[in-house]
Design a protein around this ligand. Sequence first.
Ligand code: GTP
Ligand code: 5AD
Ligand code: SF4
Length: 381
Amino acid sequence: MRGATSTRTGPGRAAARAAAAAAATDPPDRAAAGNGADPAPRAATLGPADGPLVDSYARVHRDLRVSLTDKCSLRCTYCMPAEGVEWMAQASVLTPDELVRVARVAVGLGITTIRLTGGEPLLYADVVEVVRRISRLEGPDGPVRVAMTTNGIKLPDFLPDLAAAGLGRLNVSLDTLRRDRFLELTRRDRLDRVLAGIEAARRSGLRPLKLNAVAMRGVNDDELVDLVEFALEHDAQMRFIEQMPLDAGHTWDRGRMVTREEILAALGERFDLQPVPGRGGAPAETWAIDGGPHTVGVIASVTAPFCGNCDRLRLTADGQLRNCLFSTTEHDLKPILRGDDPTDEGIEAMIRSCVWRKLPGHNIDDPSFLQPARGMNAIGG
Ligand code: GTP
Ligand code: 5AD
Ligand code: SF4
């Protein structure tokens, strides 16, 4: 499918590259903007016009996370406020045709995995159609793999259709097994629905099945072993996530965060854990539990950042490309998608430019760190 993305050189392509270079929504004072600041002039250039999707630190990008909607049926405290969310205007949310067009260009540039996220991706009306169309894309290395991260609530309704449409695997959020805690944490009384969704995922046979819990002090840090046992019963990999500064209320406190070390110490009291080699670009480090075959993962973005191997690019539901979870700048694809250029040159140029301008890491520990303006539900995890 590489031919689907134009690789010719010529005036159209040069113009597209120049436009992409100018299109990032940088604040005027980029040099003083913390994690929003590319260290120009290194990143002011555009990078290679052909070949793999590479940034200026030689990281090849293979993974695209597509947020389908900022809407969610839960209100997790670490992600969204209880009320007063400013939703994206419906008109700015990408249509299936627009999403698939970006995905097709990205796959032509070497993206091998596309993960659909949200908000809650199963609230996007055409989610099954999107999965069907994206899973048919082929890049230079073969067919794309399609995955999804979901809160699980609608899985029992959607799973047969999603699997038939080509969905390859699922990650489901599960922070607690206790109904009262679930209600407090998500502000919705839906634990039973989530558990039914996980059971549907278990029965679907889509593997690996992963369960995500953000570890929170005084909230669920006494449930880590129980969550692993639940995952084992469901043939799933439990993963614990260090909380990141992405909450709408800006209440994140590094000192209160449950760390990788604490998670491993708690699990080590109950299980024998042996590190699994070959992590690649994955955010999760994994350990075999009691000799395997099951594993448990820890995503330690804060105390053990993995940015040096990052291979990820993000597309928000309203058409913004982001080269990092913590970017404070975005590249707006909508004018291209809704303009009158039938070629894909502008899309390719903007993807390449966005990746090229990626910073080496998130700098959470730097005093200049700025939390992104958008919440996690709008960024897409
Ligand atoms: P796999 O492909 O199964 O490894 O998925 P994943 O772990 O990348 O995706 P998932 O949506 O399940 O995310 C789990 C956690 O990892 C969430 O808290 C994400 O925000 C976080 N995460 C995913 N990608 C990145 C990343 O590139 N950087 C950081 N810092 N966190 C990430
Ligand atoms: N820190 C870490 N993980 C988070 N998630 C949402 N917000 C945060 C945060 N502030 C997780 C969710 C979901 C995944 C997409 O991201 O729990 O599993
Ligand atoms: Fe990649 Fe940014 Fe995540 Fe680091 S914080 S791993 S650079 S997305």
